[in-house]
Design a protein around this ligand. Structure first.
Ligand SMILES: CCCCC/C=C\C/C=C\CC/C=C/CC(=O)SCCNC(=O)CCNC(=O)[C@H](O)C(C)(C)COP(=O)(O)OP(=O)(O)OC[C@H]1O[C@@H](n2cnc3c(N)ncnc32)[C@H](O)[C@@H]1OP(=O)(O)O
Length: 243
């Protein structure tokens, strides 16, 4: 699957809805056992959640957006398929979350790229299921530091902490992902799927049992004046950086 939402593959409500529907089709297609997730945009895997969906929007719209974010996470994290992230660009925040739901992460070895959960840098807080996905990937202590600082890691640093599994030159990323897929698909599906579910079920069940309160929490947090102000400042910083 190639992410195509120019310019930076930000995860808007429309994009998430289309993504989930495409993933569901593949999930139901018995001939499809694995997916390589990559970006069709230069330099960026995904810029994370579309900040415009969280800024100046009505509570109803924010709730609808958050349900779509939950759905994307649930579909990816609980997929029966092998999902390999070919991270061919920067992957902050929601982009990092998306990568962490995959079974294996291969990143382009380019020091200009970065990956991590940088929410605190925007004045917002990574929800418990973002946090738990990171704990399940890199461990508790590393997550504690990463989340409080809102740390973005270079590919080499990300490899060091286990946030990604392999670095390769960018032009070899799909070939490496394909070779890796062959190795993963050599394992009998049922045994691998049960094992994957055993590892991830507690985190998935936790969100499933708290979906509505999690949406309420998000809406009440994101619509607060100081949070809106932080997001506004961050957006203008992003635009200014360009000029
Ligand atoms: C106890 C209480 C607990 C309560 C908890 C409850 C709920 C939790 C609440 C909130 C959690 C919300 C979680 C959010 C997670 C997220 O994903 S937030 C998004 C974070 N993303 C970022 O910080 C990335 C920002 N972007 C960049 O750093 C760069 O754009 C890039 C990705 C590195 C690419 O750089 P590049 O130079 O190639 O591109 P530009 O910077 O020039 O960008 C082009 C264009 O795109 C716009 N843009 C970039 N990122 C986003 C984005 N995420 N959303 C929307 N728009 C984006 C940028 O502004 C440019 O626009 P233009 O100037 O109009 O062209």
């Amino acid at each position: 699957m190639t992410l195509q939402n120019p310019p930076v593959n930000s995860l808007s409500l429309d994009f998430l809805t289309e993504f989930c529907s495409a993933l569901e089709k593949l999930e139901m297609d018995k001939s499809c056992r694995g997916v390589i997730l990559t970006s069709g945009q230069p330099k960026v895997f995904s810029a994370g959640l579309d900040i415009m969906e969280m800024y100046g929007k009505s509570p109803e719209r924010c709730g609808e957006f958050w349900r779509a974010v939950q759905e994307m996470w649930l579909k990816l994290y609980s997929s029966n398929m092998v999902i390999i992230a070919a991270i061919n660009g920067s992957s902050p925040a929601g982009g990092c979350l998306m990568s962490m739901t995959c079974d294996y992460r291969i990143m382009a070895d380019n020091p200009r790229y970065s990956i991590g959960l940088n929410e605190t840098q925007l004045g917002i807080v990574a929800p418990f299921w973002f946090k738990e996905t990171m704990v399940n990937t890199v461990g508790h202590r590393t997550t504690e530091i990463a989340l409080q600082l809102g740390q973005l890691y270079s590919p080499t640093e990300a490899l060091d902490i286990g946030l990604v599994d392999k670095l390769v030159p960018e032009d070899q990323i799909i070939a490496t992902a394909t070779q890796t897929m062959t190795k993963w698909l050599a394992v009998p599906d049922h045994a691998r799927q049960i094992t994957k579910s055993m590892m991830r079920k507690p985190t998935i069940d936790k969100l499933m049992s708290k979906r509505e309160p999690d949406i309420q929490n998000f809406v009440s947090f994101i619509t607060k004046d100081p949070i809106q102000k932080s997001l506004g400042l961050y957006l203008s910083m992003l635009k200014k950086r360009k000029s």
